[in-house]
Design a binder for this molecule. Structure first.
Ligand code: PMM
Length: 275
């Protein structure tokens, strides 16, 4: 059986991410933030230098590398497990050389035709997230007959192309990509059909943290800003941890780490009850 759900803590070294853009752009601020996430229970530190919020403009790989490589090197030297959140093969390659242990690609390889080769060569675990279009165009592409079957079919296609490029299926971690070319109803439908994603037999990562669909279920005065959605995020983590999903990607580590502890204690008590 799979182990407990892992916490991937978000370190956005960007001026424009939707919930924390600009807060950790200075390297010292990013490192301090990463250290706090680790202290709060993050198992993996996910360092990204390009915002993917809807409508975000692309940055070139050189700027992205400038933002993230020093931070990744430092965190890896300190012994942390680091992932790099990038859609660029050049950045992914440089990040792995700097010590990143995982590549997290919100485009699942669609944004850069070289990504499959880099993942095959480096052999690192690779998060294949579902998206359509680009952050600039994705809002207009959130049309599905059935979101679950279509997202799974598109992820399978990504997987086939990656395997053809030499990537081992065991390297792949799938992510349904909540909010990426998906509206709130699509996100909830995916969460209600996780067994269909689990049936693919690969590890699953889910990124619900602070996303807008969570604002719709809590009163408006609570959900004013993304930072006020951390309780709702932790509730999602608890439900995902109940399924022992491989990982959750979150802005605040402690609430999710506690939610996972609760799910594990509950499970242990159930096992005692079964005897
Ligand atoms: N969401 C964002 C960025 N990267 N990566 C994965 N694997 N899954 C996600 O859901 C995901 C991601 C957008 O959130 P952010 O701008 O706050 O980081």
């Amino acid at each position: 059986m799979a182990g407990r759900t892992l916490v991937m803590g978000i370190v956005n070294v960007t001026p424009d991410s939707f919930s924390d853009g600009g807060r950790w752009l200075a390297p010292e601020a990013a490192l301090a933030h990463a250290h706090r996430l680790a202290h709060d229970g993050a198992d993996i530190l996910d360092v990204g230098g390009e915002s993917t919020r809807p409508g975000a403009r692309r940055v070139d790989a050189a700027t992205e590398c400038d933002r993230v490589l020093g931070i990744i090197r430092e965190l890896a030297l300190e012994g942390h497990t680091v992932s790099v959140d990038t859609v660029n093969a050049v950045t992914a390659h440089a990040a792995v050389a700097a010590g990143a242990a995982i590549v997290n690609d919100v485009s699942g390889g669609l944004a850069d035709p070289d990504m499959g080769r880099v993942i095959a060569e480096t052999g690192v675990p690779y998060v294949v997230q579902h998206w359509r279009g680009t952050p600039e165009t994705m809002a207009g592409l959130a049309t599905y007959g059935d979101v679950v079957t279509e997202v799974i079919a598109e992820l399978r296609q990504r997987l086939d192309e990656l395997v053809a490029a030499g990537v081992g299926p065991e390297q792949v971690i799938l992510d349904p990509g909540l909010g990426f070319a998906k509206d709130a109803a699509h996100n909830w439908r995916i969460l209600a059909h996780l067994e269909a994603f689990e049936a693919l037999g690969l590890r699953l990562l889910v990124g619900a943290s602070r996303k807008r669909f969570l604002a719709d279920v809590v009163p408006p005065e609570v959900s004013r800003s993304p930072g006020e959605r951390d309780h709702a995020t932790a509730a999602v983590t608890a439900l995902l941890a109940r399924r022992r999903i491989w990982g959750v990607r979150v802005h605040e580590a402690r609430p999710s780490r506690d939610a996972i502890r609760v799910a594990e204690a509950w499970r242990a008590a159930e096992e005692v009850r079964r005897g």
